[in-house]
Design a protein around this ligand. Structure first.
Ligand code: ZN
Length: 150
């Protein structure tokens, strides 16, 4: 990655950390889950309102490092209005980007979320970046649905 591009990405992360989008408590809500990363102290709640299969509203609250907060903020802007299936696919792709080799289709879907791709070089921070996504995954998984681990 060129130095300029890397600086641009850093700017996006800092901006979302300073001005997180969809930040706050959603009350009333259809779903809420709590996610914690004890290694870093990241601690967030994710709130959802669903309109059928679609994410009609999403917010998050809590505290954590710049990586975890900007990742949560970027996540909310990306999954808002998406269907549960689309959101789950994005979650899978995002986690793959940071922990494995995502396929080309994933990278295309992730689009601007790739600003966080560089985090994969810092294994300790991967848990920060994926926390909100794992928490959203938990919120989306109905008890009456088949949950697959991969
Ligand atoms: Zn963190």
């Amino acid at each position: 990655m060129s130095r300029d591009l890397s600086a641009l990405y850093q700017q996006v992360i800092l901006d979302h950390n300073k001005n997180p989008r969809h930040y706050g408590v959603l009350d009333p809500n259809d779903r809420q889950t709590h996610g914690v990363n004890p290694l870093c102290g990241d601690d967030y709640h994710i709130y959802l309102n669903l309109d059928g299969e679609r994410i009609a509203d999403i917010r998050f609250s809590g505290t954590g490092c710049a990586i975890s907060k900007s990742s949560a903020s970027l996540m909310t802007t990306t999954v808002l209005g998406k269907t549960i299936a689309e959101a789950k696919d994005l979650i899978r792709c995002f986690i793959a980007m940071l922990t494995a080799e995502p396929d080309a289709q994933c990278l295309e879907k992730l689009n601007r979320l790739r600003v966080l791709e560089g985090v994969k070089h810092y294994p300790v921070r991967v848990k920060c970046a994926t926390l909100a996504w794992r928490t959203l995954e938990a919120a989306l998984s109905h008890p009456d649905q088949t949950v697959t681990t991969e």
